[in-house]
Ligand binder design. Structure first.
Ligand SMILES: Nc1nc2c(ncn2[C@@H]2O[C@H](COP(=O)(O)OP(=O)(O)OP(=O)(O)O)[C@@H](O)[C@H]2O)c(=O)[nH]1
Length: 318
């Protein structure tokens, strides 16, 4: 066949009233292929020599004479690492059903949906037939949507005022630490911290000053924890610090250090100086705890004991 287009394997019982496709002259098939809004190419299965490429492909990737698919389409030094040929044949080396995938071309940087198939060429040898449709616009929309989704998700997990994790993030990420601790039988402690007389700070110095206190306290907490810990603003002036692989005594030492640092911190706002203190409660993951709420309930109780006993102190849950 002059055109290089293989004859079609038509079903035996085709519609007799329809014009016979095998009667279509090769130039007709050539015209159809050259007017497709998609790349169509054929390459030898073992040598990768390009045997055919339609006008759409030649316009973008140029001349195919005596060249291999990886030279024309990818400009690489050898067969592509992502070549799908092995997926197109079965264990007996016979053609499988088509393989459809999405791919970003290295040369024009555009995204294509590729439909790859092994077929028999006019001389009986196995060849690779690929039909690739440009899906760059759709892909860009998908990527933009995903980025917007990730941004929205990050915003939904962040406390707007302080930039710390919010309550929702605390439970979402904390659950992972809890599961790990349960699985590996490692200690996990929770420190709950509530600023003392915060309402008085707001009332005396103004709400903006209160906000500045919350921001500076958050920065202090964030600077004092390890990468593996989770610190979150649970609401108002209440904070939680979750410490994996940490026993009660280590957590107590950290809480006392945080209390000392808070007492040393003076927040300057609008020409005023604001001193701080906080009450702490600490609980340790028990053998029967399966939820963060169990841990939090005991740490909260301990924190309220700190408040009841005069504030500005650390209490361990019993
Ligand atoms: N500036 C500011 N104030 C807040 C924010 N969220 C909550 N508050 C205020 O925090 C105060 C908390 O007051 P309380 O619950 O009475 O606690 P407290 O005054 O710290 O008293 P104790 O906890 O018993 O020591 C309230 O006045 C809230 O309006 C915030 O984002 N910014």
């Amino acid at each position: 066949m002059k055109s290089g287009i293989p004859s079609l394997n038509l079903p035996a019982h085709r519609d007799q009233t329809a014009p016979a496709l095998e009667d279509t002259p090769p130039e007709g098939l050539q015209a159809v292929l050259d007017n497709l809004d998609a790349l169509v190419y054929v390459s030898d299965f073992s040598t990768h020599d390009l045997l055919y490429m339609n006008a759409y492909g030649r316009q973008i990737w140029g001349n195919i004479a005596n060249r291999k698919c990886w030279q024309v389409l990818q400009d690489s030094d050898g067969p592509c690492s992502f070549c799908t040929n092995h997926l197109l044949i079965n264990d007996q080396g016979e053609p499988n059903k088509p393989h459809v995938w999405e791919f970003q071309n290295q040369l024009d940087q555009r995204w294509y949906q590729c439909r790859d198939q092994a077929i028999r060429w006019t001389d009986g040898r196995l060849v690779r037939l690929e039909i690739a449709t440009d899906i760059t616009e759709r892909k860009q929309m998908e990527l933009e949507l995903r980025a917007a989704h990730e941004k929205a998700r990050a915003a939904a997990l962040e406390d707007e005022l302080t930039g710390l994790h919010n309550r929702r993030a605390f439970f979402e990420f904390g659950a992972q630490l809890l599961n790990q601790a349960v699985r590996h039988h490692t200690p996990l402690t929770l420190i709950m911290m509530d600023l003392d007389h915060f309402k008085a700070i707001n009332d005396t110095h103004g709400h903006d000053a209160g906000d500045e206190v919350l921001r500076q306290v958050s920065a202090l907490l964030q600077a004092r924890i390890r990468d593996c810990d989770i610190v979150a603003r649970m609401g108002g002036e209440e904070f939680a610090v979750l410490l994996p692989e940490t026993g009660l005594e280590m957590a107590r030492t950290l809480a006392e250090r945080l209390l000392g640092l808070l007492q040393e911190l003076t927040v300057h706002h609008g020409g005023q100086s604001i001193s701080l203190s906080a009450s702490f409660g600490i609980s340790l993951l028990g053998s029967r705890d399966r939820r963060l709420e169990d841990l939090m309930c005991r740490a909260d109780e301990a924190m309220y004991q700190s408040k009841a006993r005069g504030r500005s102190r650390v209490t361990l849950a019993t």
